[in-house]
Design a protein around this ligand. Structure first.
Ligand code: SF4
Length: 329
């Protein structure tokens, strides 16, 4: 099975008056068909900038400073905006935490979904409307035909997120990025939306990247996890490997900071100290000022990610010590 998405050594920098701020530093991962990779980390860890870069939406004062991103084998870094507009929606789509900011409040949801078909496929008006109703029914919006003519504010938060998912999936993309898709919703609705995403993913064999700071959501929805800290991926593995045998002190801290990281709502918090200033990160391992395992070498040598098993890695000099069984499946 080939990878739908390959990210290799990606670096993204922001220009600031103090000099370049390295928001993403040498990030690598891949996503296969029907697979969900969760990217977890505190705010400022680089997970959202990574997601934006994958959509060709690098912020204006930032640039890709190195590395490779390939969508279905095609290198996409540096593509002109005209080509990105074709890729977005068709090959890779995104849903956000707040659908209201992504939907146009002055247009009916039916119009907005139908517009995807009209703009990208030249579908005629009546047919596009029929397809929009079909999609809305598929994502579980009751009475879809009638609700086509409602504006976004007439929908509850959960129903709006369903509309957003319908729009994202309209053109049958191969990859979906979900950036905190359930954060604004209550726990019951969160579970419904996660179930829906899983169903659609399996039905369409989608590769999915789930950006989240909620360990419970990740445990429910993901197959694999990449933990980000200070612009780096510091640990990767399956959900079971990372949750049960964390092999990086930062991940270990995250797991210990919450009573049961598998509960929805189990947010990342309470590790002592602050993430580093990325305009002036500390020498050596950027986690060393907060790390209970730190030794002299950590203050001078930045650890590269090291393989501990198949698709299992940790960027810690002492990974085996943190979790003696980290490499075992
Ligand atoms: Fe901690 Fe050192 Fe591992 Fe960094 S390399 S996480 S400072 S033990």
């Amino acid at each position: 099975m080939g990878n739908l998405l390959e990210v290799e050594d990606l670096a993204v920098e922001f220009d600031t008056p103090q000099g370049p701020l390295r928001a993403v530093r040498g990030v690598s991962f891949e996503v296969g068909e029907a697979e969900t990779l969760a990217i977890v980390g505190e705010s400022g860890s680089g997970k959202s900038v990574t997601a934006q870069t994958l959509m060709g939406l690098v912020p204006l004062n930032a640039r890709v400073a190195g590395g490779r991103v390939a969508i279905e084998g095609r290198d996409v870094v540096g593509l002109p905006e005209r080509e990105w507009r074709e890729l977005r929606g068709e090959r890779i789509a995104m849903i956000f935490q707040d659908p209201l900011s992504a939907l146009n409040p002055s247009l009916t949801v039916g119009y907005q979904i139908a517009e995807m078909f009209r703009r990208h496929r030249g579908t005629r008006r009546a047919e596009a409307r029929r397809k929009a109703a079909e999609l809305m029914a598929q994502v579980g919006i009751p009475d879809a035909e009638r609700r086509l003519d409602d504006h976004p504010h007439r929908f509850s938060g959960g129903m709006r997120q369903r509309v957003m998912i319908a729009m994202a999936l309209a053109l049958d993309p191969r990859l979906l990025i979900a950036d905190e898709p359930t954060t604004a919703l209550d726990v019951t609705v969160q579970a419904q939306i996660l179930r829906l995403l899983r169903q659609r993913q399996q039905a369409q064999r989608l590769g999915m990247i789930l950006i989240s700071h909620d360990l419970g959501v990740v445990a429910r929805a993901a197959d694999r996890v990449a933990v980000m800290y200070a612009g780096r991926v510091v640990e990767t593995g399956t959900v079971a490997e990372v949750y049960e045998r964390p092999a990086h002190p930062y991940t270990l801290g995250l797991m210990r900071a919450v009573p049961d990281p598998r509960d929805i709502g189990a947010e990342l918090e309470a590790i002592e100290g602050q993430p580093p200033d990325l305009a002036a990160p500390p020498a050596g391992c950027s986690f060393h000022p907060r790390c209970p395992f730190a030794r002299d070498v950590c203050r001078t040598d930045d650890p590269a990610p090291r393989e501990l098993g198949p698709r299992r890695a940790s960027a810690c000099h002492f990974a085996e010590e943190v979790s003696p069984n980290a490499g075992r499946g």
